[in-house]
Design a protein around this ligand. Structure first.
Ligand SMILES: [Zn+2]
Length: 226
C-alpha cells in the first residue's frame, strides 16, 4: 500500500484525539485536527486563513469550501505524500463529498475511515466526570483520575471546575449534533466499503491495539489486490 489516507470518526469523548496523536507517532504521518488547522491558518494569515477569519469575525460559520481548501493545501504538501490522518473533518455528508472531490482532483483517495464507537452512556460518564483546574487547565476525572483532595488541583492547589463543554446539557447537545450531522457519515462511508469499526469503550491501549490490527488487515488486503 503506497499511501495511508485515514479519517477518524467518533463522538465527542471517544478518545479520537488521543488515538490520532498515537497514530501520528507510530505511522509518522501528519495528523490534521481541523480546528487546529483553522486556527493556524488564521494565525499565519494565509489567503484561506484570511477568508476564514472574515467569516469568524462576522460570527458566521466558515463555509465548507474554505475548510476543504485549507485541508487540500495540507494534503497536497510534501509532508503528506505517504498519507495523512484527518480528525474533525468531514463532519457532514456535504463535507465528505467536498473532500472526495478534492482528493480526486489530487489523484488520491481515502484508504479507510476508522469509526471509534462509544455509547452515549460512556460519553456522558467520561466527559461528565472531568474536572479542570481553573488556573492551568490540568484535567482530572472523578472516576479514572481523581484528585487527592476533592475540588482541588494536585499540581497547583487551584480550584477544580466543570468546563462548559463538560456540563450535562452541553454534552447532550454535542451528542445530538453528532447524531444528526455526523452519524449519516457512517452509512455514507460504509456504502463505499471504507468504514472500519473500532470498539472504543475499551482502554486507550486496547483501542490502539485494535487500530493496529485493522491497519495490518488493510495492508494485507491492499497487497492481495495488486
Ligand atoms: Zn492545576
Amino acid at each position: 500500500m503506497s499511501e495511508l489516507n485515514l479519517v477518524l470518526l467518533g463522538p465527542p469523548g471517544s478518545g479520537k484525539g488521543t488515538q490520532g496523536e498515537r497514530l501520528q507517532e507510530e505511522l509518522q504521518l501528519p495528523y490534521y485536527a481541523t480546528g487546529d488547522i483553522l486556527r493556524a491558518a488564521v494565525r499565519e494569515g494565509t489567503e484561506l486563513g484570511r477568508a476564514a477569519k472574515g467569516y469568524m469575525d462576522r460570527g458566521d460559520l466558515v463555509p465548507d469550501e474554505v475548510i476543504v481548501g485549507m485541508i487540500g493545501e495540507r494534503i497536497d504538501s510534501a509532508e503528506a505524500v505517504d498519507g495523512f490522518i484527518l480528525d474533525g473533518f468531514p463532519r457532514t455528508v456535504p463535507q465528505a463529498d467536498a473532500l472526495a472531490a478534492k482528493l480526486t482532483e489530487l489523484g488520491r483517495e481515502l484508504t479507510a475511515v476508522l469509526l471509534i464507537d462509544v455509547s452515549d452512556e460512556e460519553v456522558v460518564r467520561r466527559l461528565g466526570g472531568r474536572r479542570t483546574c481553573l488556573e492551568n487547565g490540568h484535567v482530572f476525572h472523578l472516576e479514572f483520575n481523581p484528585p487527592q483532595q476533592e475540588g482541588v488541583c494536585d499540581l497547583d492547589g487551584s480550584e477544580l471546575v466543570v468546563r462548559d463543554d463538560d456540563k450535562p446539557d452541553v454534552i447532550r447537545h454535542r451528542l445530538e449534533q453528532y447524531e444528526e450531522k455526523t452519524s449519516p457519515l457512517i452509512a455514507y462511508y460504509d456504502g463505499q466499503s471504507l468504514l472500519r469499526q473500532i470498539e472504543g469503550s475499551a482502554s486507550a491501549e486496547a483501542v490502539a491495539d485494535e487500530i493496529r490490527r485493522t491497519l495490518a488487515t488493510l495492508r494485507l488486503e491492499a497487497d492481495e489486490a495488486i
